[in-house]
Design a protein around this ligand. Structure first.
Ligand code: ADP
Ligand code: MG
Length: 247
């Protein structure tokens, strides 16, 4: 589905609290079709909570979340249907340990979407080829490296044919030598025009792949801009301090 103005996600004055803890404060965010938005910010600033609200794993307290032109509300929408359009990849891969790689990939298309098993297998094999794991179809996750597991997790999310993909620190749990292969897979997706919102500390990836970098601090979006502007010429002192702290 495409909207006239190509808006994939629009967030308006989003607020989210956990009890007394006000985590997201009037967050506004716009993601256009094929945009790659990299979300940066210190631990605890609300990045994961924002992604989880976009995927309705957490329910907002107030504000609007508009996905492909539709204001999505728990009361009016089947959130499982919305989640099919908004794929998510986590830091920890959450693969089914007792299923093979291919079984992991076809599980949701077959069980949730009602895709015919033969079709799901065909598409699953294509996706695994695409992430460079075409030779691992029948292997169990425990036999894979972390980088391979994360590429399976990406293929599994893609198997639902989402319109946008959310990545929450997809390389943070990986040994350093395995980070590159996952970033390369993500870069490939971006090149194909996938709309992506990525929380990451990989600033090289952000510089190279992001259309927009968004800096969050204490539940607010402090600064948003093109990567070179945000990294080389941040407008806000808080952004400067954060960038200095991680470089
Ligand atoms: P980030 O991803 O930027 O590190 P999070 O969104 O995970 O930040 O967390 C933001 C704040 O919300 C933190 O103070 C965290 O402890 C708190 N928080 C996150 N999830 C929950 C939850 N389910 N219940 C209570 N507090 C939470
Ligand atoms: Mg987080």
């Amino acid at each position: 589905m495409t909207t006239i103005d190509n808006l994939m996600i629009k967030v308006d004055k989003l607020n989210k609290s956990f009890g007394d803890l006000h985590v997201l404060k009037d967050v506004d965010l716009t993601v256009k079709e094929s945009d790659v938005v990299v979300l940066i910010g210190a631990s605890g600033s609300g990045k994961s909570t924002l992604l989880r609200c976009l995927n309705f794993l957490e329910m907002k307290n107030s504000g609007d979340i508009i996905i492909e032109g539709e204001k999505v509300e728990k009361s009016t929408h089947n959130l499982n249907k919305v989640r099919e359009r908004v794929g998510m990849v986590f830091q920890h891969f959450n693969l089914f340990p007792h299923k093979t790689v291919l079984e992991n990939i076809i599980e949701a298309p077959v069980k949730v979407k009602g895709v015919k098993k033969g079709d799901a297998i065909k598409e699953g094999k294509e996706l695994l080829n695409k992430v460079g794991l075409g030779d691992k179809l029948d292997v169990y996750p425990s036999k894979l490296s972390g980088g391979q597991k994360q590429r399976v997790a990406i293929a599994r999310a893609l198997a639902m044919k989402p319109d946008v993909m959310l990545f929450d620190e997809p390389t943070s749990a990986l040994d350093p030598e395995l980070v590159g292969e996952v970033l390369a897979t993500m870069k490939e997706l971006a090149k194909e025009g996938m709309t992506m919102v990525v929380v990451t500390h990989e600033m090289g990836f952000a510089r190279e792949v992001a259309d927009w970098v968004v800096y969050m601090n204490d539940g607010r979006i402090v600064e948003r801009g093109h990567p070179n502007d945000v990294f080389d010429n941040p407008k806000e002192q808080r952004t400067k301090d954060f960038l200095n702290s991680i470089l």
